[in-house]
Design a protein around this ligand. Structure first.
Ligand code: PEP
Length: 245
């Protein structure tokens, strides 16, 4: 079963999120797992609308402690109570703008697993790293440091998001993305087992549109899509979610 994950970033007020969900609900006709990651403030009002649908709730981040003096942070327990099932971890905007490092990402990922939230770990190389032939090294390092100390690789999703493709209208090709996902799976297989690695969904993200989504979803090694700006428009998002194959 493939995934379609919407990352709304810092877009949509509560009213706008509610209007969006009401528009898409009758139009989503897919068995795929759809995950909406709205801003924290929108989770509460839209959660009741998603009950008894195949749309799940995700958060865009989480803190690694459960409670305490951590001004501005949100804990895994707070998200769980709102019926959040998935959490984006290590999105490139948090790595670059908010200076999240691999250690913090590892702590957040482990906190998700501890509290039965499924982390969607985002990894990706910059354009320069790709041109210098460093992409595999960067991806391996991001992956292994984020997964350090996790015993069973279960309930984890990886999203391969090349940084140069995010918000750039220049997606990777489905062929390259497929090869990279195969490489990621081979790294996972070495750090666990081939059988375990096979079960971990590996998504692609970066300038996905209704037009290019089918060619990514056709690829066996691409288990779904993480969608940014095109997930903000109900019509476009519905097309991506419903598209064949
Ligand atoms: C993202 O931010 O995760 C993303 C994939 O963005 P976009 O689809 O806008 O490239």
């Amino acid at each position: 079963m493939k995934y379609i994950v919407a990352n709304w970033k810092m877009h949509k007020t509560q009213k706008q999120s509610l209007a969006f969900v009401k528009q898409i609900l009758p139009r989503i006709k897919t068995k795929r797992t759809i995950v909406l990651c709205p801003p924290y403030t929108d989770i509460c009002p839209i959660a009741p609308l998603l009950k008894k649908t195949n749309i799940r709730l995700g958060a865009q981040d989480v803190f690694y402690e459960t409670r305490g003096a951590f001004t501005g942070e949100i804990s895994p327990l707070m998200l769980k109570e709102l019926n959040v099932k998935y959490v984006l971890i290590g999105h490139s905007e948090r790595r670059s703008i908010l200076h999240e490092n691999n250690r913090l990402i590892n702590q957040k990922l482990r906190a998700c697993l501890k509290h039965s939230l499924t982390p969607i770990l985002c990894i990706g190389e910059t354009g320069l790293q790709r041109r210098l032939g460093q992409a595999s090294h960067v991806l391996r390092n991001q992956l292994l440091t984020a997964l350090k100390g996790t015993h069973k690789l279960k309930n984890i999703i990886i999203a391969y998001e090349p940084l140069w493709a995010i918000g750039s209208h220049t997606p990777d090709t489905p062929e390259n993305a497929e090869k990279t996902n195969e490489f990621i799976r081979s790294v996972l297989a070495k750090s666990s087992s081939a059988a375990t690695a096979k079960k971990i969904p590996i998504l692609y993200g970066g300038s996905v549109t209704p037009r290019n989504a089918p060619s990514f979803l056709k690829k066996a090694a691409i288990d779904g899509l993480l969608v940014g700006h095109e997930s903000l428009l109900p019509g476009h998002f519905v097309k991506i979610a419903n598209c064949a194959p």
